[in-house]
Design a protein around this ligand. Structure first.
Ligand code: SAH
Ligand code: SF4
Ligand code: F3S
Length: 433
């Protein structure tokens, strides 16, 4: 009988890909199979996120529940970004945890499994050329890492301390991985990195000089590959060459994530983002000029230390000018190992909450106005997921989630869909071709 693995994944797409890597290693080398209920498992893994405070406290309450209700012989491992920054303290606080495996060490999963109380959290460990086995939760869309770590030092962000310095993965390995995914049925690839458009800055071995635009050109040559997406690009590295490749390469999906964080040049400076409000607006203008159909999403942090009412107004001003298609917004959360945790000019928590609410309702208003224009528009949709009540959903090239009545025959297919009704997170339509 095969051993059973339960794995819970928090955090970003890079964590989801790490989870796939660990599943691949554990199924191929150790004979595990994935189960949905942790009470059936012989091995319980939590792949953690550390980017804001909340998920960390959630981790320990969850570990307690796992420990109480698991099979007596089952092992528990804590992986990912919180594992990287808390390390052995996790075992001190929850002594029943069998091992701790950092976000940059997931290739060692089959090693730590057999050691008692192993803690592997070296952020200098180089996994950029590790030959992970292939495993994907979906055969239709393949997530592929193009770099590990992050070389920026945004003052609020813990990621460089959990994932280490940035190393690009050799383009040949990325190409081969994409080719294998396409051979297995994927028509779309999703390239992942904390700073994708800084690709090529550093390789661990000898490598020809190549940037992100060139990588995109090479990958788009793969026959049968129809769509390329990526996240996250950094506004600082959005030079004309990158924007022009984005606009003119027909395989690149016309949805750009542009993480603004703040609209105030002063706050951006305190965050060490490396760009100003004007640069950001200039990049949006350039992008829309060469690619009018593009949709733009963003990340925003409100109430960063020292953010005044005027600074917040600047953020609203960018929202008004850009009219983003999607916003991920957060209240600033002080994190260990970051510069900003020592900043003393903190924003009053009530003001912070009020700003977040205001920002979100301001954006919802913009979104409702934009959505109202969607009726009767026709999009080419790549269908990926079965929904309840005989609906199937997929995404348009510019990243709208669209559902139609249908069955699993549509999965992995492209259809032209006319929008018939509008919701804030999902549009409904009917197939016209
Ligand atoms: N590399 C990506 C971001 C990864 S973290 C980028 O630069 O865009 C994802 C998002 O979490 C960030 O864009 C930011 O908006 C948010 N975030 C990061 N640290 C945070 C903190 N300390 N408090 C609140 N939000 C934070
Ligand atoms: Fe964090 Fe900044 Fe790196 Fe993004 S670019 S992961 S926000 S340090
Ligand atoms: Fe979280 Fe680590 Fe991703 S902190 S957002 S899982 S890089």
């Amino acid at each position: 009988m095969s051993k059973k693995l339960f794995i819970e994944t928090l955090g970003c797409a890079m964590n989801s890909r790490d989870t796939e890597h660990m599943i691949a290693e554990l199924t191929e080398k150790e004979g595990y199979e994935v189960v949905k209920d942790f009470r059936d498992a012989d091995l319980i893994l939590i792949n953690t996120c550390s980017v804001r405070e909340k998920p960390v406290s959630k981790l320990f309450s969850e570990l307690g529940i796992f420990n109480k209700k698991k099979k007596p012989s089952a092992k528990i491992g804590v992986c990912g970004c919180t594992a990287s920054h808390l390390g052995r303290d996790i075992i001190k606080r929850a002594p029943y945890v069998n091992f701790v495996l950092g976000a940059r060490n997931v290739s060692k999963i089959t090693e730590v499994l057999h050691k008692d109380r192993a803690v592997e959290i070296d952020i200098n460990y180089d996994e950029s050329e590790f030959a992970f086995k292939d495993f994907r939760t979906s055969t239709l869309k393949a997530f592929i890492n193009i770099s590990i770590g992050c070389d920026k030092s945004c003052t609020y962000c813990i990621v460089p301390k959990t994932r280490g310095d940035e190393v690009s993965i050799p383009d040949r390995l990325i190409y081969n991985e994409a080719q294998r995914a396409v051979d297995a049925g994927a028509k779309e690839i999703f390239l992942l990195g904390q700073n994708v458009n800084n690709y090529g800055r550093r390789f661990s071995g000898e490598h020809e000089k190549i940037n992100f635009a060139e990588l995109l050109k090479r990958l788009s040559k793969i026959e049968g590959l129809q769509r390329i997406r990526f996240t996250s690009p950094h506004p600082f590295y959005m030079d004309d060459e990158f924007i022009e490749e984005f606009a003119t390469n027909p395989k690149i999906c016309k949805a750009m994530h542009m993480p603004l964080q703040s609209g105030s040049t002063k706050v951006l400076k305190d965050m060490k983002r490396g760009y100003s409000k004007e640069w950001f607006l200039n990049r949006v203008e350039k992008l829309r000029k060469v690619c009018p159909e593009v949709t733009i999403s963003t990340d925003i942090i409100v109430a960063f230390p020292g953010e005044s009412d005027e600074d917040f107004e600047d953020t609203l001003d960018v929202l008004k000018k850009v009219r983003f298609d999607q916003i991920f917004s957060f209240k600033y959360s002080p994190r260990p190992h970051t510069e900003a945790q020592h900043f003393t000019n903190v924003v009053d928590p009530e003001v912070a909450s009020a700003r977040l609410t205001h920002l979100q309702s301001f954006h919802t208003q913009i979104l409702d106005e934009k959505n109202a224009t969607q009726l009767d528009k026709v999009y080419s949709v790549y269908f990926e997921e079965l929904l309840p009540n005989h609906f199937v959903s997929g995404r348009s090239d510019n990243n709208f989630v669209i559902k139609v009545k249908g069955s699993d025959e549509l999965l992995g297919e492209f259809r032209d869909v006319k929008i018939t009704s509008i919701g804030r997170t999902i549009l409904t339509g009917e197939i016209v071709a």
